[in-house]
Design a protein around this ligand. Structure first.
Ligand SMILES: Nc1ncnc2c1ncn2[C@@H]1O[C@H](COP(=O)(O)OP(=O)(O)OP(=O)(O)O)[C@@H](O)[C@H]1O
Ligand SMILES: [Mg+2]
Length: 239
């Protein structure tokens, strides 16, 4: 798909973001295309999660504005810190099925077509065998697949992934990358916080580098070319 066809569904207008009294980012502007994957990179504390929260509407900007054409029910956010209570007795399948809630409501139950869709999604993600396992008994990789499964079930049009590959095995990364790619190819606006430049190379169309309290747009090719393949930007591992 050519760049010309990719319309911006998300426009950032001179954003100024703070956490408590601390100014974190200033002068963030730009258009984020739908049908593409935008990587957010930067050192620990650079403000990546802060920007993600602002894009999701969870953090009110001090100044500036986020213009988002995607309705709330089609926005999905996978936080860096898991907000799920893992002692809650819910299975993988039940979690995936909750992806219907934003559009269909939580109380209506699911129809046969929903269950079929959920099973297809779990098969794609390679988690059919753990469909009935409680969330508290999953590996990190299985949990991340289930969480992405919920966003697929939701048919998310805006997908914000905050370090989705942290503490996840290589096999899971190999499964998740093409699925995330496909969501973008299907027209979703995908923004993903990444630390590993190899992942940037494999997944990103555009890059927003957060540094010194502001952001710079880079082409993914330029970022990939300027750094060795194995380079980790402020390694997520010791984050
Ligand atoms: N709830 C909070 N209250 C006060 N300060 C915060 C809060 N959350 C984050 N900060 C500060 O805001 C700045 C940006 O944090 P943020 O979490 O956005 O960074 P990040 O780029 O996501 O880092 P990491 O790579 O470690 O995830 C940091 O200086 C951090 O200490
Ligand atoms: Mg973060």
């Amino acid at each position: 798909m050519g760049l010309m066809q990719k319309a911006a569904t998300l426009r950032l207008e001179n954003l100024h973001l703070a956490q408590g009294q601390r100014s974190v980012l200033e002068g963030i502007s730009g258009e984020i295309a739908s049908g593409a994957v935008t990587a957010l990179i930067g050192a620990n504390g650079a403000g990546k999660s802060t920007l993600i929260k602002a894009l999701m509407g969870e953090l009110r900007p001090l100044a500036g504005k986020v213009h988002c054409a995607v309705p709330r029910a089609r926005r999905a956010w996978l936080p860096q810190q898991l907000a799920l209570d893992l002692s809650f007795p819910m299975s993988v399948e039940e979690l995936v099925m909750t992806g219907t809630w934003p559009t269909h409501g939580a109380l209506k139950g699911y129809c046969a077509a929903h269950y079929r869709q959920g099973r297809d999604i779990m098969a794609r993600l390679g988690i059919s065998d753990v469909a009935h396992r409680p969330l508290g008994e999953l590996s990190g990789g299985q949990r991340q697949r289930a969480l992405l499964g919920r966003t697929l079930m939701q048919q998310a049009r805006l997908l914000l992934l905050d370090e989705p590959f942290a503490n996840v095995d290589a096999q899971t990364v190999d499964i998740l990358i093409p699925i995330i790619r496909q969501m973008a190819d299907d027209g979703a606006t995908v923004i993903v916080v990444l630390h590993d430049m190899e992942h940037v190379k494999r997944l990103a169309d555009a890059v927003l580098l957060l540094q010194n309290g502001t952001g710079q747009w880079r082409s993914a090719d330029a970022v990939a070319a300027s750094l060795p393949a194995a380079h980790c930007f402020a390694g997520g591992a010791h984050a």
